[in-house]
Design a protein around this ligand. Structure first.
Ligand SMILES: Nc1ncnc2c1ncn2[C@@H]1O[C@H](COP(=O)(O)OP(=O)(O)OP(=O)(O)O)[C@@H](O)[C@H]1O
Ligand SMILES: [Mg+2]
Length: 419
């Protein structure tokens, strides 16, 4: 195993921090490149509010715990990682670059030059350029060209999708990671990372909206003809659902969270009116019961509101009628019963719940839940980067038996045999 191929993804969310360590396996004679998952770690956190670090100490603690757990499972130490970033401070814009073609045929150098021009936008002091993604090219008067290399023409124009982020949220994120003892190789936009682990190439080609509902925010990424076309954020998420339950039935935050995860349903018609739940209660309150339908009603209303905000965002961007690949819901909140049914009602398209499934192997069972979409995507992004020659600068060293429990060792041996 080449240590340069060991990739770590780190997702710091508003409810939990997760880390995934994987081995980027290059394409074989019969197989496509994929990420072999070696270790996964999680830690609850409260250090982030809507994508912005509000408590560096707490964020640092959760990073250390998540990465150390993943390291123990993988049986190795890492030092460099790909960290996710999201939130309201993210902005996207389209930028064009025009160059004269050197010679008769368009060469890679021409394309690079056009992309450099498009990328060379002045970025304000308080912002950072995060991603520059080539969309499509025009050669002379012909538009919508995906790969212009080898074509004949005199004028080459490129269209780039530029994503910028707030400099201070980025700085605080890096600082938290560095304080935990790791180095950020790159920051990556979370919904783009999730798209890597959850969406199929066909969906992106046909037109799809990825809706990631986390605790604090719901992120939207629209793809069409294989390219990212729109990014958006709705400032509501699973936390709002929990608060409504606290208000609506008078339980503590922690109990509301438990009730939601265990008995919640986002689509009221799915719940049997006969279903009754016993509520946690104090001695003074005495025994309390509610119909499960009451819980579902509260959740249904809030989720319906959030999905409608998402729909408005997609409509504003002009893609509501172009989602032939449907809508894919992911993020922790997508694990709830009835989410698919409710979303199909609101969006009027095909809907599926997205789990990280694309291009992964190894201990992939440990990440089979929508809340792992981002972190797996971050590691996949790193794997793509490493395959493209941007090998991570990090080293890793085996733990030489110390701290590796026998179970992990056995699993590793089994995996080596299997693949
Ligand atoms: N089984 C479940 N049923 C209902 N809701 C769930 C379930 N599991 C997790 N959630 C909810 O998902 C949310 C957390 O999702 P996720 O882990 O994707 O968020 P995050 O990445 O921490 O937050 P964010 O992306 O908003 O910063 C919480 O509101 C949690 O209550
Ligand atoms: Mg998240």
């Amino acid at each position: 195993m080449n240590p340069e191929n060991i990739i770590t993804g780190l997702d710091i969310g508003s409810s939990k921090t997760t880390a995934v360590i994987g081995h980027a396996v290059p394409a074989g004679a019969k197989s496509a490149p994929y990420l072999k998952i070696l270790g996964v770690g999680q830690a609850r956190t409260t250090g982030l509010r809507r994508g912005i670090v509000s408590d560096i100490e707490e964020t640092t603690r959760s990073i250390r715990k998540a990465v150390e757990d993943a390291e123990r499972m993988a049986g190795m130490k890492i030092d460099t990682l790909y960290a996710g970033i999201a939130g309201e401070h993210v902005r996207a814009m389209i930028s064009k670059g025009i160059v004269a073609v050197n010679g008769d045929e368009i060469s890679k150098a021409d394309v690079d030059r056009a992309n450099d021009v498009a990328r060379a936008q002045p970025v304000p002091q308080d912002r950072e350029l995060l991603h520059a993604i080539p969309q499509e090219y025009s050669v002379d008067k012909n538009q919508g060209i995906r790969d212009p290399i080898g074509m004949i023409g005199t004028r080459l124009e490129t269209e780039m999708y530029l994503v910028t982020i707030g400099a201070s949220p980025a700085m605080n994120l890096r600082k938290s990671v560095e304080r935990a003892g790791y180095h950020v190789r790159e920051l990556v936009l979370e919904p783009l990372a999730s798209a890597l682990s959850v969406l199929t190439e066909d969906e992106k080609e046909l037109g799809v909206a990825l809706v990631e509902m986390g605790a604090g925010t719901t992120d939207i990424a629209v793809f069409h003809e294989g390219k990212i076309r729109h990014l958006g954020t709705v400032n509501y998420g699973g936390n709002n659902v929990t608060s409504d339950i606290v208000q609506g039935i008078g339980v503590t935050q922690a109990d509301a969270e438990r009730l939601k995860e265990r008995y919640g349903c986002a689509y009221e018609p799915l719940v049997d009116p006969e279903d009754v739940l016993q509520l946690p209660s104090t001695v003074a309150q005495g025994e309390r019961h509610i119909q499960r339908q009451v819980l579902a009603h509260i959740i249904h209303q809030r989720m319906d509101e959030i999905f409608n905000l998402v729909l408005s965002e997609i409509q504003r961007a002009g893609f509501a009628q172009r989602l032939n690949g449907g809508v894919v819901i992911t993020g922790g909140a997508a694990a709830m019963q009835g989410v698919g049914e409710l979303a199909a009602d609101v969006f009027g398209t095909g809907v599926r719940i997205g789990l990280p499934e694309e291009n992964i192997g190894g201990l992939s069972d440990s990440v089979q839940a929508p809340r792992f979409a981002t972190v797996v995507g971050l590691a996949l992004y790193g794997a793509h980067r490493s395959a493209a020659g941007f090998a991570p600068s990090g080293r890793h060293r085996a733990l030489a038996g110390v701290g590796v429990d026998r179970f992990t060792k056995k699993l590793k041996t089994w995996l080596e045999d299997f693949f």
